[in-house]
Design a protein around this ligand. Structure first.
Ligand SMILES: Cc1cc2nc3c(=O)[nH]c(=O)nc-3n(C[C@H](O)[C@H](O)[C@H](O)COP(=O)(O)OP(=O)(O)OC[C@H]3O[C@@H](n4cnc5c(N)ncnc54)[C@H](O)[C@@H]3O)c2cc1C
Length: 450
């Protein structure tokens, strides 16, 4: 198959509720026509690529940064997700110091998202409480322990009992929750369109509707081949998360996984009152092995995903377009879960169903750094279902790595992290089926994560 066909086949359009509600971009796409040179060529206009371009334009305004996006910015997972902005809630096995370090890093990243949204995309971000709902006594006990450990190192999460939880939302069967007051909700399409307009004002060259078809690594310059031109650049950055495999990178480490989600029509006031969704709440996930999650858009649509094995799909050989035989059944399963969690919304009109690829790694941890064995190729990949904050933070980290000034990231395990090896096909596909069908776990988080 030609590289053009392979790349094109992996892409589709964003029909999410976020796209429906986002203001139209203030600029038209300018696909690459002809050859050009750059100091840095970034492939991918999601949170990782756009946040890096912004950081570079702030720090190195004189350097030429070219950002290449196959469709429009925010067309991938960044514009199609659950919209929940999360701090890293580290695993209890991590040292308290590490937990505090991680939380501080993600809190800072969320503050910057908030500032940028205010400046460039007003209304796209809302500061809010986010939480992990417990539906079992066992999970409540685990959350209580976890909250105590996190509080001891200054992480201000709160354990909510059932009564406190119901002041934020009524989820059927919920016993309580672990709540973080420092999260939020973000319309990625609106945010990225606003930040991209700022990039253009700062002189970053943005070529949308420009799929990269092939990368030729070289010294002193890499050559990035697109249909109507080549960008030659000293530094190349892969910001293509779940799509990276199609470009020939990290084939042994990244598992592209389609994650499906649905949105309702805007809720009426009485429907919102019936589910008790408070203005303070940005969104929640739960302790279900297949992790349910939900948020409300600014326009009042409920975005709801997970909660079923079929909410995710791994296509043999890692395709990123979700057009499998179980696609319709996957959305039906998500909608059944929505009705289970919110009986008052049973039968509500579902306005949109969509999916996007996650870039799963074996340990679920992302990797941000320099690619081993390659000269001046940087990457920020491996973001799964909780990657909104981390992929935004990745831009800052990559800018520091590019600048040779990364000391402040020492001790953060994702920086220059070597991703685990994942077996090739057909073992990979068989392994996925065993993990999800037989063991019953979602690949979105590690089973032992809380
Ligand atoms: C359904 C779903 C729900 C989620 N919910 C949440 C949530 O609630 N909270 C949370 O924290 N995280 C969530 N996530 C995860 C989060 O959205 C991602 O981790 C994050 O957006 C990754 O950002 P990125 O910029 O690295 O990748 P992407 O946003 O995928 O960006 C990659 C970009 O590269 C472009 N591209 C691909 N191939 C090429 C090419 N050949 N040439 C040029 N451009 C190319 C794509 O078009 C895309 O725009 C969810 C993800 C999904 C799919």
């Amino acid at each position: 198959m030609s590289s053009k066909r392979r790349i094109e086949e992996g892409l589709d359009d964003n029909n999410s509720a976020w796209a429906t509600e986002a203001p139209l971009p203030s600029f038209s796409p300018t696909p690459l026509e002809g050859d050009c040179e750059a100091d840095v060529a970034i492939i991918g206009g999601g949170y990782t690529g756009v946040s890096l371009a912004l950081a570079l334009s702030e720090r190195f305004p004189e350097r030429r940064v070219v950002l290449l996006e196959a469709r429009r910015v925010g067309n991938g997972a960044s514009g199609r997700n659950g919209g929940i902005v999360l701090n890293l809630m580290p695993h209890p096995e991590q040292s308290p110091q590490q937990s505090a370090l991680h939380y501080a890093a993600t809190t800072g990243a969320i503050e910057r998202i908030e500032q940028r949204a205010k400046a460039f995309a007003p209304g796209s971000f809302k500061r809010a409480t986010v939480m992990r709902v417990s539906t079992t006594d066992e999970n409540m006990r685990e959350n209580a322990e976890h909250a105590a450990e996190l509080n001891a190192v200054g992480v201000p999460v709160r354990l909510l009992d059932a009564r406190e939880l119901s002041a934020l939302v009524h989820v059927a069967g919920a016993k309580g929750a672990l709540a973080d007051p420092n999260g939020g909700s973000l319309n990625g399409v609106a945010y990225l369109r606003g930040v991209a307009a700022e990039l253009l004002r700062r002189g970053v060259v943005l070529h949308e509707m420009t799929p990269v078809l092939r990368v030729e690594q070289g010294t002193p310059r890499h050559r990035v081949h697109c249909e109507h031109g080549v960008v030659s650049a000293t530094t190349l950055v892969l910001a293509t998360n779940g799509y990276t495999r199609a470009l020939g990178f990290f084939r042994r480490n990244l598992i592209p996984l389609s994650s499906r989600v649905v949105s309702t029509r805007p809720l009426s006031e009485s429907e919102r009152a019936a589910i008790g969704w408070s203005d303070e709440l940005g969104g929640f996930s739960d302790d279900h092995p297949r992790v349910t999650y939900a948020s409300l858009t600014a326009g009042g649509r409920m975005v709801f995903g997970g909660g079923a094995r079929l909410a995710y799909r791994y296509a043999f050989a890692g395709g990123t377009r979700d057009d499998g035989p179980d696609t319709a059944a996957g959305y039906d399963a998500i909608e059944a879960r929505l009705a289970h969690c919110f009986p008052a919304l049973r039968g509500i009109e579902i306005e949109a169903r969509w999916s996007a690829p996650l870039g799963l790694t074996f340990s679920r941890a992302c990797s941000i750094g320099r690619m081993r064995g390659a000269r001046e190729v940087l990457h920020g990949v491996g973001f799964s279902g909780n990657g909104v904050t981390m992929s935004n933070l990745a831009g800052e980290i990559l800018c520091d790595i590019y600048a040779g000034d990364e000391a402040r990231w020492q001790g953060h395990q994702w920086v220059h992290r070597r991703m685990e090896w994942v077996p090739p096909e057909p073992m990979r596909w068989i392994g996925y089926q065993l993990f999800t069908r037989v063991l019953g776990y979602t690949p979105r988080i590690k089973p032992r994560d809380t």
